[in-house]
Write a protein that binds this ligand. Sequence first.
Ligand SMILES: [Zn+2]
Length: 164
Amino acid sequence: MPDFAPPVERLIDELKHLPGIGQKTAQRLAFYLLRAAPEDALALADAIRDAKEKIRACSICSNITDSDPCFFCVGPTRSKKTICVVEEAHNIMAIEKTRTYTGMYHVLGGSLSPLSGRGPEQLHIKSLIERAWKSYSSRRPSMAFNMVTSSAYSKPPPFIFPNF
Ligand SMILES: [Zn+2]
């Protein structure tokens, strides 16, 4: 016999899929949502649905966007001479907050993690190389990837390749 009614069990199970959310936190969040005003709880559900339906990966840099290509790839003031390679799309915002970088970005979509079965094939490395060669075909791109596992190096700095 389940501890809670099946819809509540389902909500708890779905919340447990979120990173850093265990059984107790999932239960706490589920009961918070059940106590919330219906419009507040459903606004969260609508926001998740809206984001999942409208957000996709930029066909050039793999940043998350609601328009393809993304804002950074078509920005008229962005320098195309530099590509900043970041692990995840949210890393771009941290760099943008510095207001010092005006180049392009490339989102790898994670880090190398052989223990998790994530190798170069699972990351957007091939598209980065193709993009670099396409944009800078007259020059030899110089690239350096930090080939450590995510468990050994959890927050890699962005790598910037100026003037290939
Ligand atoms: Zn883009």
